[in-house]
Design a protein around this ligand. Structure first.
Ligand SMILES: Nc1ccn([C@H]2C[C@H](O)[C@@H](COP(=O)(O)OP(=O)(O)OP(=O)(O)O)O2)c(=O)n1
Length: 131
């Protein structure tokens, strides 16, 4: 069976969690990865991410007019935020994937789809979910 290169690896939150765990253990940096330190590192990276957009005004979706190197830099800062968030969640004993799925379900309950968009149309009749 052909080996999967890192670029083709299916990326999951659990994979990122494991890689951050290994990264810290190999360097004996687990001592620094306390929840508070990780939160501050996360906020710092959020600042670096914000700097990319600072003073630019609104930018088009897809960033079509950005240079390739600017997009690469953006990807790096987004990744730093994600990686610290994943590590912070792990160090707090929170299953981030499950927590996020639960939060999406809660969001849907809090903000229901407008009823006019939920009408169900079958081939022979229209069944309205609106009373
Ligand atoms: N104690 C640390 C230091 C770094 N990292 C990892 C997580 C981030 O993905 C990245 C952050 O590295 P830097 O602090 O060097 O930040 P930048 O890569 O943004 O570099 P710079 O701030 O010079 O732009 O490295 C980590 O896990 N734990």
């Amino acid at each position: 069976m052909a080996e999967i290169s890192e670029e083709e690896e299916i990326v999951t939150l659990n994979l990122l969690k494991q890689k951050m765990h290994d990264f810290a253990r190999e360097r004996d940096w687990e001592q620094y990865h306390s929840p508070r330190n990780l939160l501050l590192a996360l906020v710092g990276e959020m600042g670096e991410l914000s700097e990319i957009f600072q003073w630019k005004g609104e930018v088009p979706k897809g960033l079509s007019d950005w240079k390739e190197e600017e997009k690469v830099h953006l990807g790096e800062e987004l990744s730093d935020v994600l990686l610290y968030l994943v590590r912070l969640s792990d160090m707090c004993g929170v299953d981030l994937g499950q927590a996020a799925l639960r939060k999406i379900r809660l969001n849907a309950i809090k903000y229901p789809v407008p009823q006019s968009n939920t009408d169900v149309v079958t081939s022979s009749e229209s069944i309205s979910l609106v009373d």
